[in-house]
Design a protein around this ligand. Structure first.
Ligand code: C2E
Ligand code: CA
Ligand code: CA
Length: 561
C-alpha cells in the first residue's frame, strides 16, 4: 500500500532493505560456515585422493564425494565474495545514513548546528551542567538590518556576511560551546561554565558582539554589520524549579525576551535577561490578547476633535482619533495601542472598522464638515491602499471631498514612488491630503514640492511652547512663510489657550485645533455640539443655510476659562 507521506515510505523502505541485507548476510555467512565444515569433513579424505588421481598416482576417487568437494569449494568462494560485497554495501549505506542525519542537523551554509539540533543539544548541555554544578549561558544573536544587506548587495554577499560572522563567533567560542544558525540572520550559542567564571563569560559575550561589529570585506564591498544579542544564564534563573523544568528551553525563551529588549532599546547592543522583562512580556501578551478581543467586540471607537478656521472661528471639520474603551483598562489612548496593533499586523483591520464608523457618524453632520483620518505608515506600504479607501467611500456613499487623510513625515521614506502614486490617486478623486506632524525634521523641501499635499499640519510641539519660547515663535514663523512659499495652507495643532491662539492669529491665516476648543469627544457628544450649532445634516436636523459660526466665543473651554 502506498503511504500518503513520502518520507514515511522512503524511511520504511530503507529500513526494510537494511534488515533484508542483514538477514541475507547471516544466511550467506551460515551457508559459508556449513560449507567449510562440510569441506573439513569430506576434504580430509577426498582431497588427497583427488590430488593423487590428478598426478596419475592413484585410482579415480569416489565421484560423488569429489563433486561434492568441488561444489563445496565453489560455495565457499561464492559465499565469501557475497559476504564481502554485502558488508561493503552495508558500510556505505550506514555512512550515507549518518551523513543524511548530519545534514539534517547542520546549517548547510555555515556548517553550524541548525534549529532542529540546537535545542536538544542545549538541553543535554544544561543537564550535564546541572549534574556537575556548572551554569549554562544561552545567547541569541540577530544581525540588525540584514535584509537591507541582502536587498542592496545581493544574496551572495549576504551569504558571505553570514559565513564571516559565523567564523568569528566560532573563533571566539571556547571548546565545547554550541553554535547554531537558527535561520535567516539569527544565530545562537550556548556554553557551560563555573559560577566563579561568570565575569569571564560576560566579557566573552561582549567580545562576540564586538567582533560582529568589525567591518566585513567581501570583494570590493565593505560591510558594516551590527548585532542585537540577548543572553540568559541559569545563574540568574536561580531556583531549582527552573533546572527541573529542563533548563534549555527556558534559557532560550529568556534569551529571546532579552534580545527583543535589545532590539527595542535601539539594536546594536547586548542585553542580559532580567526577571522584570518576563513580567513585561507577560503584560504585553495580555495586552495583545485584550486588543484582539477588543477588536472583535467593537471596543475601538472614533473620538473627534474640532478643527477651526482661526480667523473666523468657524468649525470646519473634525479629526478622528482612535480610542480603546477597554473593560479592564478604561479609556486607552492611541499612543499606547497603535504601535502594538501595528506590530501585531492588525492596523488595517482597526483602520477599516474605525473609518466605517467615522463615515457613518460624519454622514449625520453638515455636509460641509470634513473628517480627517490618521493613516499609519504601514497602511501606505499597501499598493492597494488608495483603491481600498475609494472603495470604502463608495460603499458608505461618502463624498471623497469630505475626507482628509493625514500622513506623517516618516511614512514618506519607505517607498517615495509608491507613496506619491497613492497620494496622487486619492487627490485625483478629491480626497484632501495633509502632511501631519510637520517640522519634526524628516522631509526635505524638495520632497515637499514633489509630493502632492493640500495642507501642512505644524507639529504640536512647536505650538505648545509658542508663548514662552522666542526660538519656537521664530520657527513657527519660518514654517508659516515656507507654507506660504509652497502655497500650502497650514493647520496648527495643540492650541491650548488664548495666548497661543492670539500669537498664531498674528502670524498669518491659519486653521487650527487643540484643547482650547475642547477635548476629543465621542460621536454622540459631537452630535449634541452640532445640534446646538445647527450643523446637523439636513435629513437629521433642522439645518438652515450655512453661516459661519464663531466657536471661539461659544466653546465650553472658553466659557470655563
Ligand atoms: P496626532 O495625529 O498628532 O493627533 C493629535 C494628538 O494630540 C491627539 O492625541 C490629541 O488628543 C492631542 N491633542 C489635541 N489637542 C491637544 C492640545 O491642545 N494639547 C495637547 N497636549 N495634545 C493635544 P491622541 O488622540 O492621543 O493621538 C495620538 C496619536 O495617535 C495621534 O497623533 C495619531 O498620530 C495617532 N492616532 C490617533 N488615532 C489614530 C488612528 O485612527 N490611526 C492611526 N494610524 N493613528 C492614530
Ligand atoms: Ca493627526
Ligand atoms: Ca499631529
Amino acid at each position: 500500500m502506498l503511504s500518503a507521506n513520502p518520507e514515511i515510505t522512503i524511511s520504511a523502505r530503507r529500513g526494510f532493505t537494511l534488515m533484508e541485507s542483514r538477514y541475507f548476510d547471516g544466511v550467506t555467512l551460515g551457508i559459508a560456515a556449513a560449507s567449510i565444515l562440510l569441506f573439513l569433513a569430506t576434504g580430509g579424505t577426498v582431497l588427497p585422493e583427488l590430488v593423487r588421481y590428478w598426478r596419475g598416482l592413484g585410482g579415480e576417487p569416489d565421484v560423488i564425494l569429489a563433486n561434492a568437494l568441488i561444489l563445496n569449494i565453489a560455495v565457499i568462494l561464492f559465499g565469501w565474495s557475497r559476504y564481502k560485497a554485502l558488508s561493503r554495501e552495508l558500510v556505505e549505506r550506514r555512512k550515507s545514513e549518518e551523513q543524511a542525519l548530519r545534514l539534517a542537523d547542520t546549517d548547510p551554509l555555515t556548517g553550524c548546528q541548525n534549529r532542529r539540533s540546537f535545542l536538544p543539544a542545549v538541553n543535554a548541555l544544561a543537564a550535564a551542567a546541572a549534574g556537575s554544578g556548572r551554569e549554562v549561558a544561552v545567547g541569541l544573536i540577530d544581525l540588525d538590518h540584514f535584509k537591507a544587506i541582502n536587498d542592496y548587495h545581493g544574496h551572495q554577499i549576504g551569504d558571505g556576511v553570514l559565513l564571516a560572522t559565523a567564523a568569528r563567533f566560532r573563533d571566539l567560542l571556547p571548546e565545547g560551546a554550541l553554535l547554531a544558525r537558527l535561520g535567516g540572520d539569527e544565530f545562537a550559542f550556548a556554553l557551560a561554565y563555573h559560577n566563579e567564571d561568570h565575569a569571564r563569560i560576560e566579557s566573552l559575550v561582549d567580545r562576540l558582539v564586538g567582533s560582529a561589529a568589525n567591518a566585513i570585506e567581501i570583494g570590493d564591498a565593505q560591510l558594516e554589520v551590527s548585532v542585537s544579542v540577548g543572553v540568559a544564564s541559569s545563574r540568574h534563573a536561580g531556583d531549582a524549579d527552573f533546572r527541573a523544568a529542563g533548563g534549555g528551553e527556558d534559557l532560550m525563551n529568556r534569551a529571546d525576551i532579552a534580545m527583543y529588549q535589545a532590539k527595542k532599546r535601539g539594536r546594536n547592543r547586548l542585553q542580559w535577561f532580567e526577571p522584570a522583562m518576563e513580567y513585561e512580556q507577560r503584560f504585553r501578551g495580555e495586552l495583545e490578547a485584550g486588543i484582539r478581543r477588543g477588536l472583535r467586540a467593537g471596543e475601538f471607537v472614533p473620538f473627534y476633535e474640532q478643527q477651526i478656521d482661526l480667523d473666523t472661528g468657524e468649525l470646519i471639520g473634525f479629526e478622528m482619533l482612535a480610542r480603546w474603551q477597554s473593560p479592564d483598562l478604561g479609556l486607552v489612548n492611541p499612543d499606547i495601542f497603535i504601535p502594538i496593533i501595528e506590530e501585531m499586523g492588525l492596523i488595517e483591520d482597526l483602520a477599516k472598522g474605525l473609518m466605517a464608523q467615522a463615515f457613518e457618524d460624519a454622514k449625520k453632520w453638515h455636509p460641509r464638515l470634513t473628517i480627517a483620518i490618521n493613516v499609519s505608515p504601514l497602511q501606505l506600504r499597501d499598493p492597494w491602499f488608495a483603491q481600498k479607501i475609494l472603495k470604502m467611500l463608495v460603499a458608505h456613499a461618502f463624498p471623497a471631498s469630505r475626507l482628509e487623510i493625514e500622513i506623517t513625515e516618516s511614512a514618506l521614506h519607505d517607498n517615495p514612488g509608491l507613496v506619491r502614486t497613492t497620494l496622487t490617486g486619492l487627490r485625483n478623486q478629491g480626497v484632501i491630503v495633509t502632511l501631519d506632524d510637520f517640522g519634526m525634521g524628516y522631509s526635505s523641501l524638495s520632497q515637499l514640492r514633489m509630493l502632492p499635499f493640500d495642507r501642512l499640519k505644524i507639529d504640536r510641539s512647536f505650538i505648545r511652547d509658542l508663548k514662552h519660547d522666542e526660538t519656537n515663535a521664530k520657527l513657527v514663523g519660518a514654517i508659516i512663510s515656507m507654507g506660504v512659499g509652497l502655497e500650502l495652507p497650514l493647520v496648527a495643532e495643540g492650541i491650548e489657550n488664548d495666548a497661543i491662539l492670539n500669537t498664531l492669529r498674528g502670524m498669518g491665516r491659519l486653521k487650527g485645533q487643540g484643547y482650547h476648543y475642547g477635548r476629543p469627544e465621542p460621536a454622540d457628544q459631537v452630535l449634541e455640539r452640532l445640534s446646538a450649532l445647527d450643523l446637523l445634516a439636513p435629513e437629521a436636523g433642522t439645518l438652515g443655510e450655512h453661516e459661519p459660526i464663531d466657536l471661539v466665543e461659544t466653546s465650553p473651554a472658553q466659557k470655563t476659562a
